[in-house]
Unconditional design. Structure first.
Length: 209
């Protein structure tokens, strides 16, 4: 659908490694929640970002890579597209990875910030992968990266092995719980193309390329 005076600029960012047998047609079908949302008739019609300095949506068949750095105009209802997007990409992905979706309040400007008004900016972190284990591994890797980057402000990297080991223990416990739930035929409690969101303090900077 077309969005007149859309309240958000929405940025979708992530690189997804695809299976070697995935071609353009399968990818176009998987990304249908994105291009149909903006009223396009195909992925090719929607691939360009609204900002010329962003690569948009690209498929590299030689590296089997989907690259997304794509901004569109939209509303809160764009969130409804994300579950279908993740499930579709789970079917095509070769390994776990994250996709970042940032909602920028299009009506918020510098004067609003000077006046102390809060923006409606929001950030959603999604994970996709061929299996729940692959998704969990991507979550673990990102958490280790974030924690180490934070703690290296105060400690040498060589001192953080114990911290990483504790993170691994937490994920080992989650993996064990996931395995048990699957063996019992219950829906897994944990990642399967899920995500997290939250309102940050201050506006997230746009990706620069």
């Amino acid at each position: 659908m077309s969005h007149q005076a859309a309240p958000f600029e929405i940025h979708v960012h992530g690189d997804v490694t695809l299976r070697a047998d995935v071609g353009f047609d399968a990818l176009q079908d998987a990304l249908k929640p994105l291009w149909k949302y903006i009223g396009a008739r195909s992925l090719a019609d929607a691939a360009a970002s609204m900002y010329e300095d962003e690569p948009g949506i690209r498929f590299d068949p030689h590296q089997h890579l989907l690259q997304m750095c794509w901004t569109l105009e939209g509303d809160e209802d764009f969130r409804h597209q994300l579950d279908d997007l993740c499930m579709n990409l789970n079917e095509l992905s070769a390994q776990g990875t994250q996709i970042e979706v940032t909602f920028y309040d299009a009506e918020f400007d510098d004067e609003d910030e000077d006046d102390g008004r809060e923006s409606r900016d929001d950030f959603v972190l999604l994970f996709v992968g061929p299996t729940p284990e692959a998704i969990m591994q991507a979550q673990r890797n990102l958490l280790v990266e974030d924690v180490v980057a934070l703690m290296e402000r105060h400690f040498d990297g060589a001192e953080l092995g114990g911290v990483v080991a504790e993170i691994d223990k937490l994920f080992a416990g989650r993996y064990s719980a996931l395995t048990s739930s699957l063996e019992l035929g219950k829906p897994p409690r944990g990642p399967g193309g899920g995500g997290s969101s939250g309102h940050g303090s201050g506006r997230r900077p746009r990706h620069l390329h």
